[in-house]
Design a protein around this ligand. Structure first.
Ligand code: PLP
Length: 399
């Protein structure tokens, strides 16, 4: 929520990689809205599936023995795609929901195996994990806690790429750390890729210190890094994966938490404990129908493979912008996800405004970084055009 000073831009329609405002002006959606319009806008296959489902059965809860056929079908479909063995799927309404759920699940897991002292959740500097109470408490973006603070006491943050700091914290913690949460590539914090070998060492350290790994794949899940899940792309071996956005490409508020065998074990079988968590809209039938239709498109149009193919030319086009003195760094190279960090953070807003004038949406994220994460259906021609507009607008900055 912030003031828009009469500058509100009202979109009324979308088609493919473009959206249109109330005056009929066309804009290229370079961030795919909030990293999520992966199959593109205006997909009638998804709209039809949602409409059919709403007319057949709009909703029933998935509490106790109840559920609906589409809810089950989506959970099974996601389990089938999961890189985790024997995945249990807990559906949610979005990423922040999933983070809360995963945080509670990891604590509940440790309590159930007789280690209730393991409560601390560790995240990385610049990490973004949504804005519910847990997400706000564990973020590595200080601005998101300003005037609010942390709601959850047992949290810690380590510097972004610093494995020694992580190891030191694990050694000092007296076995109190429940889980390490990380995005495969940090998104909202400015598109930061893991340093070579970072994730392999994270796997080792967490195994050594008996700490669970939670991959926050709200952005990277379902193809953005050119594989179905970003964890496999960066060599992370999580116990739990949190997804949202790309599961429905934004057509419905939907998310899924994927729990691997270690974490789910206490809650299944003859002595099963209860994990008391479940929200009204978890597994909502219309959202599930949207999710299934979205996954049909991703598979049918081989969009994950398309992202993998586009990744190199996409990054090469944008990396050329580093020749401008105003650009500090262009980060990316894994899938369709890049950040262009400006030397002067204020210049990022100027570039974004100038691009908008030319019909290109480019979003400003942390530390004066421009977010470039187009729909998977984009083309080389569109990327070249976008890079050209960025080149011109950055070149025109008065330094
Ligand atoms: C990595 C990550 N985690 C969690 C979230 C929160 O998701 P939501 O906004 O759907 O609650 C986001 C949202 O951008 C995200 O990028």
């Amino acid at each position: 929520m912030d003031a828009v000073d009469g500058n509100r831009l009202v979109f009324v329609r979308g088609q493919g990689t473009k959206v249109y405002d109330e005056h009929g002006r066309e804009y290229f959606d370079a961030p795919a809205s909030l990293w999520l319009a992966n199959v593109g806008h205006g997909r009638l296959e998804i709209a039809d599936a949602m409409s059919t489902q709403a007319g057949r059965l709009e909703y029933y809860s998935s509490f106790g023995r109840f559920t609906t056929d589409v809810t089950l079908a989506l959970a099974e479909r996601v389990a089938g795609l999961s890189p985790l063995a024997d995945t249990k799927v807990l559906l949610t309404s979005g990423g922040s929901d999933g983070i809360d759920l995963a945080a509670k699940l990891t604590r509940r897991y440790w309590a159930s195996v007789g280690k209730p002292e393991k409560t601390v959740i560790v995240t990385r500097e610049l990490a973004y994990h949504g804005l519910h109470a847990f997400g706000t408490s564990i973020t590595g973006i200080a601005a998101n806690q300003e005037g609010i603070g942390k709601f959850v006491p047992d949290v810690a943050t380590v510097p972004l790429h610093d494995l020694d700091a992580l190891e030191a914290l694990l050694l000092q913690s007296s076995g109190r750390i429940a889980a390490f949460f990380t995005e495969p590539v940090l998104g909202t914090g400015g598109v930061h890729l893991p340093a070579p070998d970072y994730m392999r060492r994270v796997n080792e350290l967490c195994r050594e210190h008996d700490v669970l790994i939670v991959a926050d794949e709200v952005i990277t899940g379902f193809g953005r890094l050119g594989e179905w899940f970003g964890s496999t792309r960066v060599g992370l071996e999580p116990d739990v994966i949190v997804t949202a956005k790309g599961i429905s490409s934004g057509y419905a508020p939907l998310g899924a938490v994927l729990a691997g065998p270690r974490v789910s074990e206490p809650f299944f079988g003859s002595n099963a404990l209860t994990f008391r968590h479940g929200m009204t809209y978890a597994g909502h039938s219309v959202a599930a129908a949207a999710g299934l239709a979205n996954l049909d498109i991703i598979e049918g149009e081989r969009l994950v493979e398309r992202v993998a193919e586009l990744a190199r030319p996409f990054f090469d086009e944008l990396a050329g912008l580093e020749r401008h003195r105003a650009v500090r760094e262009v980060r990316g190279g894994l899938g369709l996800m890049a950040g262009i960090q400006m030397v002067d953070p204020a210049a990022a807003q100027q570039v974004s405004d100038a691009c908008l004038e030319e019909g290109f949406i480019v979003r400003v994220i942390t530390d004066g970084t421009l977010q470039i994460s187009p729909p998977f259906t984009t083309s080389i021609a569109e990327i070249v055009e976008l890079a050209g507009v960025l080149d011109r607008t950055i070149g025109a900055l008065h330094l």
